[in-house]
Design a protein around this ligand. Structure first.
Ligand SMILES: [Zn+2]
Length: 201
């Protein structure tokens, strides 16, 4: 195990990149960000191609900004943002694009504290509300398991694990990449109080 509890037996490239991102997160937390690739010059460098080394599925929440909390700039992350990291068809296909076409070896599922989707789902479960139906239908299966998810943040972590399961079940591209050791899925959680992103079990 590394200092960030990254398993040793994963794809070396994914391991290296995950470590870089978690170190970047510590730079953010310590107030010492180093990313200097946020200028127009960097955008021009990637004007006609991209080679991100990680896909990040994160919440649309305004507080969860992957490039900032991982100390990254232009061209590094392929970010899919959707409320509650809920994995509907377009979201799954967006991830598949990065995995299949851009050959990214690392997929980070990034849940977070105080998630509005988790709170909404808990307040309304098991009602299928008129609004936000496709979102709650992605979250309710976690509540169906009748686990004690009184804590919103714990619930978010359980949901992140559920999302991994959904991706592996519904995406042949993602499942095949994982089975062939071409993709590693890292389940992470952002703590709002500390700013730390850590792997969850
Ligand atoms: Zn959220």
């Amino acid at each position: 195990m590394s200092e960030f509890n990254i398993p040793e037996n994963i794809i070396p490239q994914a391991q290296k990149e995950l470590e870089k991102l978690l170190k970047g997160n510590r730079n953010f937390v310590n107030g010492t960000p180093t990313a200097d690739n946020m200028s127009l010059e960097h955008l021009k460098k990637y004007a006609y191609h991209q080679e991100p080394y990680a896909v990040v599925l994160s919440c649309s929440d305004s507080r969860v900004v992957p490039e900032i909390i991982f100390d990254c700039g232009i061209g590094e992350l392929f970010v899919v943002r959707v409320a509650g990291i809920t994995a509907g068809p377009n979201v799954i296909e967006s991830i598949e694009y990065a995995v299949k076409k851009l050959k990214t070896p690392l997929l980070i599922l990034l849940g977070h504290d105080d998630c509005g989707v988790m709170k909404f789902a808990k307040d309304h479960y098991p009602e299928i509300t008129e609004d936000f139906q496709s979102i709650i239908k992605c979250v309710y299966p976690v509540l169906d398991k009748e686990e004690d998810v009184t804590c919103h943040n714990y619930f978010a972590q359980q949901h992140t694990k559920w999302v991994e399961k959904v991706l592996l079940e519904r995406s042949k591209i993602i499942k095949t990449a994982v089975d062939n050791n071409e993709l590693y899925i890292a389940k992470c959680h952002l703590d709002h109080d500390t700013g730390l992103v850590d792997l969850i079990d």
